[in-house]
Design a protein around this ligand. Sequence first.
Ligand code: AMP
Ligand code: ZN
Length: 113
Amino acid sequence: MDCLFCSIVKGDIPSTKVYEDETVFAFKDINPMAPVHVLIIPKQHLSSVNDVTAENSAVIAHIYEVAAKLAKELGIDESGYRVVSNCGADAGQTVFHLHFHLLGGKKLRVDMC
Ligand code: AMP
Ligand code: ZN
């Protein structure tokens, strides 16, 4: 399957990796919207939140664990941060491999919609 983030996980496309384990991969966003902008993804290909089921949802909890760990390491756990996943056209999803944006390091805008 031709998927940008699967290629990044495989190492076929370069990325600035910040974390990896058996099920999760995290790397810097190529077009950062904040001083800290990391993408945290399951290694398994899921297209979006729409693909999350009882069978595969353990990785989502793990992604939040990784988000908390990275927020601490990157020094934004106290100042605050946002973890967000865009799903589908109305949310502006552009890459159809499930990903969670970890954003922080500045006062983030509060208008979410
Ligand atoms: P979304 O709009 O929620 O689908 O987010 C996709 C994100 O992937 C955007 O913030 C892009 O800047 C980011 N992105 C696209 N290509 C790459 C890449 N090759 N390496 C790192 N981040 C990327
Ligand atoms: Zn993929």
